[in-house]
Design a protein around this ligand. Sequence first.
Ligand code: ADP
Ligand code: ZN
Length: 523
Amino acid sequence: MTNTLENAQSILQKTFGYSEFRHNQQQIVQQLIDGGDAFVLMPTGGGKSLCYQIPSLTREGVGVIVSPLIALMQDQVDTLNQLGIRAAYLNSTLSSEEARDVQQALFNDELDMLYVAPERLLGEHTLQMLERCKISLFAIDEAHCVSQWGHDFRPEYQRLSVLPERFPNVPRIALTATADKRTRHEIIQQLNLSEAGVYTNSFDRPNINYNISEAQNGRDKLWKFIKENHPNDAGIVYCLSRKKVESTAEWLTKQGVTALPYHAGLGANIRAHNQQRFLREEGIIIVATIAFGMGIDKPNVRFVAHLSLPKNIEAYYQETGRAGRDGAPANAWMSYGLQDVITLRQMMQDSVGNDDYKRITQQKLDSMLGLCELASCRRQTILGYFDEELLEPCGNCDNCLNPPETWDATEDAQKALSTVYRTGQRFGVSYVTDILMGKTDDRIAQNQHDKVTTWGIGAHLKQIEWRSLYRQLIAQGYLTINMEKFGALELTEAARPLLRGEIELFARKVKKAEKVTTKKGKA
Ligand code: ADP
Ligand code: ZN
């Protein structure tokens, strides 16, 4: 036993050139060397690859790595080949001759590792071919793709449960950088890993500063943020739609930086070209939809900006996690609006999933909004979402560095809720805010809503303060947005005690000037 571990150590040093294992790599490697299964949760950049690469080399036979990232296989294999490791890949980009060569190499015991796309692996031809070989292990990378609730769902991943049936004695390792409790259960269940050793690492990325604010015009704010903090840095700007990606990239370019678009609607050539420039040149900004980023390994991305709300905290964590992989200070900056919540709700409502699916995706969006409207440490909430406890506030997020003031908003919240109630729970935030502020227009006059008792009782607050209060009431579950009624606000059960004055509500004040303060100060 120690012998094999020594062997693993020596491969770590001689083949990969690293002096020691990181985090819990050694325990994971040991588990596989001993023939056990493993489930590994490690943040991006943590060093997941070595966990299966080393046991693939110490155990007899070929290690089969299942990955959805076809575009990266060539690179991964090249890197391994340069280290003197015999690796190859099988996916749809190979010609039938090339695929035959790989098969021949397999049969001749000439491969240490084989990367394969899930749909390829699950083809009967490949399964039968592998049954004729000695397999050292199966590694299932990006294992969260098995989850229906996640943003990277791949139906083929669910069929990977055939592996333990067809290859009962081959150890399996599933790896992911993103999984909350629910997704974790789902991975273990779908992939039959209930016997597996579970290995988790801290998800904290202490060098990333989190900053979230609301804006009606996020673009100007974004430019201010870039100009002041990252004038020459590489960064990623995420937008919700392809259209917004293109207009934002164009606009940023006009401001004098190199900003390249990336989304699934662009030709494969343009996408590959822009991605390559981002990876190879200095100081390029990529403006993208969520189509960009899985598997991207650029260590010196100094900022990730969101111009709209991500679907859930996993997505936010995953996307912001692409900043600062080298460990140097980096910024995760977001500007969002309530309109994003409505757009996302609508997308979820229109999706093909069943009711359960819709309910869970909605809940996840609610948690994301909760994170945005939070008055306390962002990092504590993000880590708490992954069931990790951070005992002290982090000191490196906007709320820690520049704590929002709070005020007793009980009475104003009652006014806000009453207005929703008295106008029949049929309208959105802008409309009810106008009522509170005593405005009239044709629609209000026609509905005779200038006659309701709360009309004009909110003139002591500004429009942006009412909007902020409404967002907080939504984030805290006193109000919901009903998509079947075109985004109308509705009271929840929780609103009753607040309306009756049985509970108090403290709300965060709108900040005057939003400033990004990081530990390092301005770059
Ligand atoms: P992940 O797949 O978890 O995102 P990788 O496996 O790509 O991460 O590893 C991230 C980086 O860390 C790589 O550059 C890798 O070479 C490096 N790395 C991994 N393990 C070690 C180690 N034990 N010592 C030093 N560097 C390591
Ligand atoms: Zn904090």
